[in-house]
Design a protein around this ligand. Structure first.
Ligand SMILES: Cc1cc2nc3c(=O)[nH]c(=O)nc-3n(C[C@H](O)[C@H](O)[C@H](O)COP(=O)(O)O)c2cc1C
Length: 325
């Protein structure tokens, strides 16, 4: 018998497949269907700090009386939060697997109070998605990374449930950020979020959206960083997100040192049946390699081993593929 049990951010999981934050997880009935299909945990669609601010700013643009606008701002914030809290409560009511709330944030602001309401609503953990672009000419090196720490510090003071930080791939050194967020009380880290990608329509000459869902080839970057960081930073667990489209990709993520994967595009492409087929593949792979639990092989390919570290840190093609045609 193979057990696929694992632990991420102190949460006990029946297997390593977590449904990552996306539009699908905003419906409690979808979350029940994910549980029934075999998922081990769900990350709810993010509550966007930005969208709440935009809604309330709009009121001032249309010239509301100042006091009325203040009242409405408070009301809208509460409404937006109430809807999110309802999704947490209903998902918790329907599901027995962990329900992880998610906040997409850029700065420390009033919104940090939302974290307490999320905890009170029964969320098993909170994932913070701090991804953004640093584009200012006045930018000082390290400011973007420091923003993650400041937000985490403010949230950690308010809640006791596990906190997960989901990083963008545009961090210079994810290893040092993982080390620092661990020191500031994070329990798990996700490598990496998928940014909204732009394209240009050359006939209309306007910006359009590039492919929304990922490709299997997107796995390579988070795989490298999980392999490096999971060996260097102890006491925090790693989940891989980005390009997990098969059971084999889950096995690779575990071998690199992740304890779980967060998956979204594979579900969009294949439906909920993807979860069972991925789990079957992992079980079959374990049988073939004579493993009875994930811990028997997890991190076997991480940078803990000098030869693996050499492969993971290799960046230049030249030396190795000089004769490649
Ligand atoms: C349609 C869509 C909506 C998403 N919404 C969110 C979101 O609200 N919050 C978040 O942290 N990530 C969001 N993501 C990113 C996913 O959670 C995931 O990290 C990313 O897509 C990489 O995983 P994948 O390759 O399995 O898609 C979204 C992705 C997609 C495709």
């Amino acid at each position: 018998m193979t057990s696929l049990k694992t632990k991420f951010a102190t949460l006990e999981l029946r297997n390593p497949i977590i449904i990552s934050s996306c539009v699908l997880t905003y419906k409690p009935e979808n979350n029940l269907a994910f549980e029934q299909a075999g998922a081990a945990a769900i990350v709810l669609k993010s509550l966007f700090e930005e969208s709440i601010i935009r809604e309330t700013d709009h009121l001032q643009e249309v010239g509301e009386h100042v006091e009325a606008a203040d009242y409405m701002q408070g009301y809208l914030r509460a409404e937006h939060l109430r809807e999110y809290i309802d999704v947490i409560r209903q998902s918790k009511h329907l599901c027995s697997i962990p329900i992880i709330a998610s906040i997409c944030c850029r700065s420390v602001g009033e919104w940090v109070a939302f974290a307490e309401a999320i905890e009170q609503a029964g969320a098993d953990a909170l994932e913070l998605n701090v991804m953004g672009l640093a584009t200012s000419r006045d930018y000082r090196d390290g400011d973007y990374e420091q923003r993650h720490i400041a937000i985490l510090e403010a949230i950690r003071k308010r809640i006791t449930i596990p906190i997960i930080v989901k990083l963008g791939a545009n961090i210079t050194n994810p290893v040092s950020v993982a080390e620092r967020i661990k020191a500031y009380g994070a329990n798990g880290v996700v490598f990496f979020n998928r940014p909204y990608q732009i394209d240009i329509d050359i006939e209309q000459m306007e910006y359009s959206s590039a492919k929304v869902v990922s490709q299997p080839s997107d796995l390579v970057n988070p795989l490298r960083w999980v392999g490096i960081a999971s060996a260097a930073v102890q006491g925090i667990s790693f989940a891989l997100s980005g390009g997990v489209h098969s059971g084999a990709a889950v096995v690779k993520s575990l071998l690199a040192g992740a304890t779980a994967v967060e998956v979204c595009s594979a579900i969009y492409r294949n439906g909920n049946g993807w979860i069972a087929s991925a789990l079957e593949f992992i079980e079959e792979w374990c049988r073939r390699h004579n493993y009875h639990s994930i811990e028997e092989f997890r991190a076997m390919m991480s940078a803990n081993d000098a030869e693996n570290a050499d492969s993971l840190e290799r960046m230049q093609f030249m030396r190795y593929f000089g004769g490649w045609k």
